[in-house]
Design a protein around this ligand. Sequence first.
Ligand SMILES: [Zn+2]
Length: 451
Amino acid sequence: MEEERPYWNMEMEPILNTPQMREIQLAKLRKLLQRLYDSAPFYTRQFDELGVRPEKIKSFEDFSRAVPLFDKERLRAMVVEFGGDILKVIDQIIPVSVDDLMIMATTTGTTGVPTPYPMTQRDMEEVWGEAMVRGAWRAGVRSRDRVLFCFALSMVIAGIPTMMGMRKLGAMAIPVGAEAGTDRILLMQTLFRGTVYSGTPSLAEYLIEKCREQGRDPKDLGFRLLMCGGEPGAGIPEVRERLESAYGCRVFDAGAGFGFSCDHEEYQGMHWTADDLAYYELVDPETKEPVPLEDGAEGEALFTVMEGDGMAWLRTSLGDIHQVFVSPCPCGRTGFRYKVVGRTDDMLKVKGVIVYPSMVEGVVSSFVPRVTGQFRIVLTEKPPRVVPPLKIKIERGEEFPAEKLSELEAEMKEAFHARAKFTPEIIWAEPGELQRSTYKGQVFERLYEQQ
Ligand SMILES: [Zn+2]
């Protein structure tokens, strides 16, 4: 019998988000600054140029004021500077040698250079793996479980690094990967009966359709819980509800940092479970000025992995916009919480109103089954500015009569106006017309790129 305890890490997790933890963080942060200054050429140069002296950084405020954030633009500029040699770039920003790295995961890189996540064994086990295990443990995953890994196993950090990092939990890994396609995923699940699904929510939704096409009930797949991530779907109440009722089990939301949703009945955001591993900040997405962490505050999330080697980048932005909640969660578990509101590069401005695709998804999802839930935001000009009305292509539901569409359209426009503060133009699509994806759901149709 496995020992039952509330947290995987009983030393650190009980003191998350406390003054005691702040002291630990500040000490680790100062140590990291010195280490990077001494051993990462990029930071030696940058600190010297900016006059930053690691020993002079005595508070979190000093840190935020002195150290610029590191985002995709900065990475891109460095890749150009080093003649396209990304390994040389990485050698500049990490405090160990590229030769010490064990695995190179990246983002999918749909636009330009994929963002690399270089990891040493220590990064994978003590940072990434540790954080993943903390979340999985809270969700109830134990060594007797079998985890069906359905994230793309190539590239993405949620794929192989998570699978390898979670070894210490002792659950059985069934690596199948989104690349295998839905038929293969369903076959593997039928054969090896995973108890835990690990993958994107859009793939989980697609599997429901596929299952039903084969005349099967998704409940019979036998999942005990779904650990979703890679995109915001599992944090959207309607999407989560649809997944939970189709699979007959709980759905947990993970990602966009070291965060995991809890088992409270109502979605409370993701608990940040890694204060001792990574320092978390919010900044204004436009001015990059610090945003204080208080209930309801929104901003671009920055991470500084303090225990990292390859992941030890200062104030790194993954381009996500978060809303944070620092008051205790009704679930009773530790860690402040955050919800992913959108992405800096997905942000649209419709006549001054900020719109994120997740808001559109929330409204569209609330109309299922009258619509299928599939949609595309049609952009005729390069975002973020959109000349109203914003055009949204929506699939009508399988059973929904075409002659009632104008009625539904009026109702949906009203819902958009009430919940997202803009009125879109709706373009109707036939059920099944929009292409499904086994990886990340596509939300934009970029007409301006085809002209
Ligand atoms: Zn909670």
